[in-house]
Write a protein that binds this ligand. Sequence first.
Ligand code: PLP
Length: 387
Amino acid sequence: MAKTRRSSATMTQPTNRERLCGVFGESYDPEAWSDWRWQMRHRLTRLEHFEAFLRLTDGERRGLTMGAERFAVSVTPHFAALMNPFDPSCPIRRQVVPSSDEFTVSRGDMEDPCGEDHASAVEGLVHRYPDRVLLLALDTCASYCRYCTRSRLVSQGSLDPLPRRMDAILDYLRAHTEVRDVLLSGGDPLLMSDDRLDTLLGSLREIEHIELLRIGSRVPGFLPQRITPELVAVLRRHRVWLSLHFSHPLELTPEVAAACDLLADGGIPLGSQTVLLHGVNDDAAVLKQLFHGLVKNRVRPYYLYQADPVVGTSHLRTSIEKGLEIMSQLRGHTSGYAVPTYVVDAPGGGGKIPIQPETIVGREGETWQLKNWAGKVYTYIDPPAAG
Ligand SMILES: *Cc1c(COP(=O)(O)O)cnc(C)c1O
């Protein structure tokens, strides 16, 4: 493709991509842009980076100056390019650009809302449910979500490198024959090199009672360039299920669609998780568009999470009432495959609790009154009791 030179006389606005490359004194090169290592090296991490790309509010400037000590700031150029540089209420921007609202501590806020530190069997291994464990593989991500439930760990360098913890983790898993499902999260496991991931998955696969390996990752959304045929081959070899993370339909770009295609064509079952966020996606029409887009990309919406009460995130959270109202506008109104389960991860470590709008409106013995999606009530009568 021939490059057209923009003379200062024919003024078209530079694109976000061009402006982002400009932040680092480079010009936009599609080949560099599509290289995930280039993306990682050109992440926006400092006030000057953001200042050069966005028209910042005072609150954002304070957040970037003071907030980064508490919880690192980092945004891939791919994700930053989706932002509106002139609108601080942009749903992409709200997710990853800190603001002074993070300094507000609200009632019920906790450092470790899901009580993971107490449920840690060995460092970085949370064994909460009978048959499955959460393995925190590493503590870095491609970009940092301001509502992160694990901001106490992630980006803090507080997890020992995995190779140093691996023997203890494998010993635990070998001894606990009830564990049939290992969920790798972090941090983002897909930031590991193909070789390291291959080794990790291989050592887990050697344990006979482990049937299911799954990875939770926001890399396909933050850094779709990382989804290469070589990575897909590793995931496929170890029969991994993948849970992606998306918040807003704007995230479903052509690059993301191509990454999902590579994964789905490679035989990787794809689910997604979404956190309900105030001013980002607390709107039935926005979520419906997101879930439809995901299904179109062969990604099954798995969970919609009530946001965890992490310290300094109340400006990004909304009420359970709002979540229930949104769910009642989805269930029955669209494909069941496009409707995730709405859950609250119980503060204090109770695990995920599904909640849904009331559908059982009355019961007398074997007679049930059930409300359908359109609000009409129907009667179901149980079969005569056995015995
Ligand atoms: C979410 C989670 C799991 C997996 O739960 P599923 O409902 O099976 O997806 C496992 N362990 C921990 C600690 C979790 O938070």
